[in-house]
Design a protein around this ligand. Structure first.
Ligand code: SAH
Ligand code: DHB
Ligand code: MG
Length: 221
């Protein structure tokens, strides 16, 4: 009953706040063969709003899937803005590129295929202009490494967002447990311990069940 209510409320809010959106709907339809783990419409809208709030011009996403969150974030970019999204699966990247092109975002949004740790290392080794917003949403055991890389690739004022940091509460049961939960809890610990960021973590409910989103604003270089 509770989960049904969460879903019903999420759908009601979506109905009030989001007019029918053929591009996002088509992106979800074309992602049906992929895992059903994209952010929810409400979460996508929050990502979009946050990117607008900080005036993000350069966004880094870790974990593309079918490009659903990339479309929400890409739509917040101004003319000349850029979103780089990292994805390990060639198949997911193909689907995402199709969805991104149909949404008219192919000039702004680039999907780069490969293990994100490798791509991040290359970005750090290269002369990469810092990102204003980093959205971490790939394999959870690597969350600590992604968070470290995100700070290195950011600047004072950048916002780092980490998806799935609560995972139905499993982050409390990490002893010998689920490596996803360990990765998610570790990144919260890092947020709390790193003087370079101001953190906030919020639990969430809705169509994706019970989870949470972590935020870290970079305040020191
Ligand atoms: N941000 C997407 C959902 C991403 S799901 C959205 O909300 O629409 C997580 C994605 O991370 C999957 O597509 C998976 O293939 C990818 N992934 C998993 N391990 C990865 C790795 N090591 N490097 C890059 N991408 C990875
Ligand atoms: C999983 C990953 C996600 O990014 C998500 O939003 C939900 C679930 C998962 O791997 O289980
Ligand atoms: Mg996620």
């Amino acid at each position: 009953m509770t989960e049904e209510r969460w879903t019903a409320v999420d759908e009601y809010i979506e109905h009030l706040l989001q007019p029918p959106d053929p591009m996002l709907e088509a992106a979800l339809r074309d992602s049906e063969a992929l895992p059903n783990i994209a952010v929810s419409p409400a979460q996508g809208q929050l990502l979009h709003l946050l990117a607008l709030t900080i005036g993000a011009r350069r966004i880094l996403e870790i974990g593309t899937l079918g490009g659903y969150s990339a479309i929400w974030l890409g739509r917040a970019l101004p003319e000349g803005g850029h979103l780089l999204s990292l994805e390990i699966s060639e198949q997911h990247a193909q689907v995402a590129r199709g969805n991104i092109a149909r949404a008219g975002l192919d000039a702004k949004v680039e999907v780069r295929v490969g293990p994100a740790l490798d791509t991040l290392a290359a970005l750090r080794a290269g002369d990469t202009e810092p990102f204003d917003l980093v959205f971490i949403d790939a394999d959870k055991p690597n969350n600590p490494a992604y968070f470290t890389a995100a700070i290195e690739l950011a600047h004072v004022g950048s916002l780092i967002i980490v998806d799935n940091v609560v995972r139905h509460g499993t982050i409390l049961e990490t002893e010998g447990g689920d490596p996803n939960a360990v990765g998610s809890r570790k990144v919260i610990e890092m947020m709390g311990a790193d003087r370079r960021v101001r953190p906030a973590v919020l639990q969430t409910v809705g169509v994706k069940g019970w989870d949470g989103i972590g935020f870290a604003l970079v305040v020191e270089g």
